[in-house]
Write a protein that binds this ligand. Structure first.
Ligand code: HEC
Ligand code: HEC
Length: 307
């Protein structure tokens, strides 16, 4: 395998051949009778717990044959398939037709084939506006399959998210819910920066946290009153969350007055956010997926909260 460095080839060679030889030696060693050893079937003279005796019984035949079988299998496999040499079969994960020129891996070749098949379908949908596409059941089916492949691991199979990963089905957006904004989130990714406010000190953080809670009708009234002054003044929270605390989609600063929380609603979690800061990262997908798939995904996400 030409792509593999000789260091790794050598390493694999030593490991696999060494392992085989060690196994062969083990069988040879355990089958051989050594001088002074008890005859097969006799007790060895070792006794435990008063009457528990060790017999020198040979390994069961079937087990031994199974062991020989695995050794032979490994040897044959190593002869047939490529590892440090090309193997008797000449099998390769690269497409053979491409072997003389640039080597294209089996994976890349399959991606190319899929693109040839589905490309025209994607392109057809690309021409339809997101809001209209969101009403197309077939397009949404394709969008959903893409979502389950590329987005589910973070946003959940139902797109309802998890702590730190936003719910995409509730029409509550930190970066905006228009087709253009959703597409921008998917294409370019998002990087939310909530800087640490530890410098305010524990007492002030306690107060401003209670002010945040008061926006949803919770928390200690006196602390919230003091906290409001910090929120709009020394804390500088309004620079990002806005004077009314309703957030700013340009910075991904969430609305703090609704009852939707990315990191959690409890006093402890709110204090933790203010003290430690947060840095939610949505990875960019444009290069990975291309325009057509992003368009379908945008329509699917849009459809979840715009029935
Ligand atoms: C590695 C995890 C991860 C993957 C994969 C991922 N996302 Fe995200 N996404 C996030 C995080 C985290 C945020 C929130 C960023 C923040 O804190 O504001 C987010 C935010 C978003 C937003 C903005 C939500 C809002 O309220 O404005 C959209 C839209 C979105 N993701 C769609 C998708 C789609 C579609 C995919 C699949 C192509 C996807 N995401 C894949 C982690 C991920
Ligand atoms: C530089 C802009 C900026 C400043 C200043 C800022 N925030 Fe934030 N805040 C953000 C961003 C952006 C997020 C979202 C973080 C994420 O998605 O990872 C956030 C998230 C939060 C959250 C979590 C919301 C949730 O849904 O879980 C709370 C609570 C919060 N901020 C309170 C405050 C308070 C109180 C202050 C002032 C002491 C403050 N922020 C100052 C930008 C800011």
């Amino acid at each position: 395998m030409s792509e593999m460095s000789s260091f790794w080839s050598g390493w694999i060679l030593i490991l696999s051949v060494g392992n085989l030889l060690a196994c062969l030696w083990l069988v040879w060693w355990s089958v051989k009778k050594r001088p002074g050893e008890a005859n097969a079937g006799d007790v060895t003279g070792h006794t435990w717990d008063g009457d528990l005796q060790e017999y020198n019984n040979p390994l069961p035949r079937w087990w031994l044959w199974l062991f020989y079988g695995t050794l032979i299998f490994a040897g044959v496999y190593m002869a047939l398939y490529p590892w440090v040499w090309d193997g008797v079969l000449g099998w390769t994960s690269a497409d053979k037709s491409m072997r003389s020129g640039a080597v294209v891996s089996q994976y890349e070749n399959e991606v190319q084939k899929a693109n040839d098949t589905y490309g025209p379908i994607y392109a057809k949908y690309r021409a339809v506006a997101v809001a209209d596409l969101a009403k197309d059941a077939e397009a949404n089916g394709m969008g959903k399959r893409l979502f389950l492949t590329y987005c589910m691991q973070c946003h959940g199979s139902d797109a309802k998210g998890a702590t730190g990963f936003p719910n995409l089905s509730d029409n509550d957006w930190t970066w905006g819910g228009t087709p253009e904004q959703i597409k921008a989130s998917i294409e370019g990714g998002r990087n939310a920066v909530m800087p640490t406010q530890a410098h305010l000190g524990e007492a002030a953080i306690d107060q401003v946290a209670n002010y945040v809670m008061s926006l949803g009708g919770r928390g200690d009234k006196a602390k919230a009153e003091a906290g409001k002054a910090i929120f709009t003044g020394a804390g500088g929270c309004i620079a990002c969350h806005g004077p009314d605390a309703k957030g700013n989609p340009l910075m991904g600063a969430p609305n703090l007055t609704d009852n939707t929380w990315l990191y959690g609603a409890s006093e402890g979690v709110i204090k933790k956010t203010i003290t430690g800061g947060r840095n939610g990262v949505m990875p960019a997908h444009k290069a990975l997926l291309g325009d057509d798939k992003v368009h379908l995904l945008t329509a699917y996400v849009y459809s979840l909260s715009n029935k």
